[in-house]
Design a protein around this ligand. Structure first.
Ligand code: GLV
Length: 343
């Protein structure tokens, strides 16, 4: 497979165009050209420290960032000219959206385009945990496989089992849509039953909710104690939804059978105990990591920036921004420098 075609990192200045945009990661050359045609670019390839990011964003009208960039009040204060923060992610818990809205800064994310990729990865992890693929691969790679045996590395079949999904958004629904292919029934928390009932009755729990104050550590010791001893927990949403220490404890105590994680509380650090457990599948935050999806995410972020800096409404504002936009149409002052010029 070909990798994305990336232009060499270079700061390009186009004095004739006033709007300046900081892009905190390398982006495909074709998309870079589209952005470059509309504004002045400051491109960065490697992660910036909060101090470096604050310094680089000064004087910028647009910021295209990723989920590991923290966009807080200090950063927003350092960038009074900022009109849009375009996150290359569907989740935006890295951004203080209220603070941005209060300063008239539009925040956009990249919904829809990554739904299928993330749902596919959720199933990949679920299947890996149920059929012990990580463990099996480790046995083969270290030359410890003795050959086929009738009782060797038996896993769990999915047919006839209940998949409990926490999170009724696009990704949760896309995960559910694939369940009939594996003969699983699907129940959604809150829609079909309470979270507690879902935990008690499900054979697999898939976390597909965003990280919010009310979902932080939603899966704690108490929740894990409610789950079936045979249950598998899959998390492709955000690490802090699961209390990682509690998860390690529950797995050690055999309160649940297995876990499959793509996200962690302190990425890239993973709970030491989980690293040593055979019944845990660990992926390095790959939910949206396909060439097709990452290209579409970057393209959407760039389009949002071009729209806003051209005085048109963003394509995919996050809800807080959408509220601010609505408020602005009622005459409240949330716009800055014509950012919402079409209204
Ligand atoms: C990835 O985790 C995303 O939120 O897009």
């Amino acid at each position: 497979m070909q990798s994305l075609r990336l232009l060499p990192v270079a700061r390009t200045l186009r004095a004739s165009l006033p709007s300046s945009v900081l892009v905190t990661r390398r982006i495909p050359s074709s998309i870079q050209e589209k952005l470059q045609a509309a504004c002045e670019l400051d491109l960065e390839a490697s992660p910036l420290s909060p101090e470096e990011l604050r310094e680089r964003v000064r004087g910028k009208a647009g910021l295209i960032c990723v989920l590991t960039d923290r966009i807080d009040e200090a950063l927003l204060d350092a960038a009074p000219d900022l009109r849009i923060v375009a996150n290359i992610a569907v989740g935006y818990d890295n951004i203080d959206v209220r603070a941005a809205a209060g300063r008239g800064v539009v925040v956009t994310n990249t919904p829809d385009v990554l739904t299928e990729a993330t749902a596919e990865l959720t199933w990949a992890l679920l299947l890996s945990a149920a059929r012990r693929l990580g463990e099996g691969e480790r046995v083969v790679r270290r030359g410890a496989w003795k050959g086929w045996a009738i009782d060797f590395m038996l896993g769990t079949e999915l047919r006839g089992k209940q998949l409990g999904i926490i999170g009724r958004g696009r990704i949760g629904r896309a995960v559910a849509a694939k369940a009939p292919a594996f003969g699983m029934t699907v129940k959604f928390a809150k829609e079909d039953m309470s979270v507690d009932e879902l935990l008690v009755s499900s054979d697999v729990i898939s976390i597909n909710t965003s990280l919010r104050p009310d979902t932080r550590h939603l899966i704690d010791r108490r929740a894990l104690m409610r789950m079936k001893r045979s249950a598998i927990l899959v998390n492709t949403a955000r690490g802090p939804v699961v209390d990682e220490e509690a998860l390690a404890w529950a797995l050690k105590e055999r309160l649940i059978a297995a876990a499959a994680l793509d996200v962690y509380e302190r990425e890239p650090v993973v709970q030491e105990e989980l690293l040593a457990m055979e019944n845990v599948v660990l992926a390095p935050h790959l939910g949206s990591a396909t060439r097709e999806t990452r290209t579409a995410m970057i393209d959407l972020a760039v389009s949002n920036v071009i729209e806003v800096l051209s005085g048109r409404p963003p394509l995919t504002p996050v809800p807080a921004t959408a509220t601010a936009l609505r408020a602005s149409t009622r005459g409240k002052e949330v716009r800055k420098n014509g950012a919402f010029g079409s209204e």
